[in-house]
Design a protein around this ligand. Structure first.
Ligand SMILES: Nc1ncnc2c1ncn2[C@@H]1O[C@H](COP(=O)(O)OP(=O)(O)OP(=O)(O)O)[C@@H](O)[C@H]1O
Ligand SMILES: [Mg+2]
Length: 243
């Protein structure tokens, strides 16, 4: 089982969103996914509950972790039940964050590419490296730019990428674009694939331009999630090959 953790003590940096996008695409690629929701706000548990209440299936095993005491037992209970374990952490630094990092094959640090967020993301990377040092192992990690502009690369984004690379930080080459579909999946308890299927059904008798207006952003959202997932899965294989 590969364990991927989303960590950034900065609240609202897109950990939960990036975690759900990854879980869905890994699931569509045919692997089994478990999610550990370690955030007391339980956004992923609520997403799963919403689906259950609407009679829709939840395609992942989703477990809540109430606190650090229960963390290791919960992971033990999941062993063998999924190919990938995705851990979503709350937006603070805590012992639970260190536990989760220590159990990970890959820690992703999502952040919006602004200078202030980049500094906080770099601190999260130090926490990952220090956790690895304490355990005498290298913990795979990468920064992940999120909520980037769909149309063009901002100067902030360019500068932040350049500075972080110059500081020897690893950044995924795929970024996650700011898209309405990525907030809608939480509002509606949906998967991206469902939004796209729904959109296609809604516009099937519409004009070509109406179809394009509705479907293009949804298709782009799916494509972006796929590319990012592909890169994450590749990183895990590389890390495994190097280990
Ligand atoms: N790529 C995106 N496009 C549009 N909205 C996004 C994107 N990523 C995140 N958001 C929105 O930004 C807000 C924060 O995102 P999210 O909840 O994923 O962050 P988080 O790091 O998990 O936050 P917390 O630290 O509170 O757990 C949410 O309202 C979410 O819908
Ligand atoms: Mg969250």
């Amino acid at each position: 089982m590969f364990t991927i953790t989303f960590a950034n003590p900065k609240g609202g940096s897109s950990k939960t969103t990036s975690a759900l996008l990854l879980a869905e695409q890994i699931h569509h690629a045919g692997a089994t996914v478990a999610i550990l929701d370690c955030d007391p706000n339980q956004n992923l548990m609520l997403w799963a509950d919403q689906r259950q209440q609407q009679g829709r299936d939840v395609p992942f095993l989703v477990r809540r972790v109430p606190g650090e005491t229960e963390f290791l037992d919960t992971i033990d209970g999941i062993q063998g039940k999924a190919d990938y374990l995705i851990i979503d952490l709350e937006g603070t630094a805590s012992t639970l964050v260190t536990y989760a990092i220590s159990q990970s094959d890959l820690v992703l640090v999502p952040f919006e590419p602004t200078p202030m967020e980049a500094r906080q993301a770099a601190r999260a990377v130090h926490l990952i490296k220090n956790t690895g040092r304490m355990m005498n192992k290298t913990i795979g990690h990468a920064l992940l730019m999120t909520r980037v502009n769909a149309a063009f690369q901002t100067s902030d984004e360019k500068d932040v990428r350049k500075e972080l690379l110059a500081a020897d930080m690893r950044i995924l080459s795929s970024s996650i674009v700011r898209r309405a579909a990525y907030t809608r999946i939480f509002r509606e308890g949906s998967l991206l694939s469902e939004l796209l299927a729904q959109g296609r059904a809604e516009v099937q008798n519409s004009t070509a331009s109406q179809q394009e207006r509705v479907l293009k952003p949804l298709e782009a959202a799916v494509q972006n999630a796929k590319e990012y997932t592909q890169e994450v899965v590749n990183q895990l294989s590389q890390h495994e090959a190097a280990a």
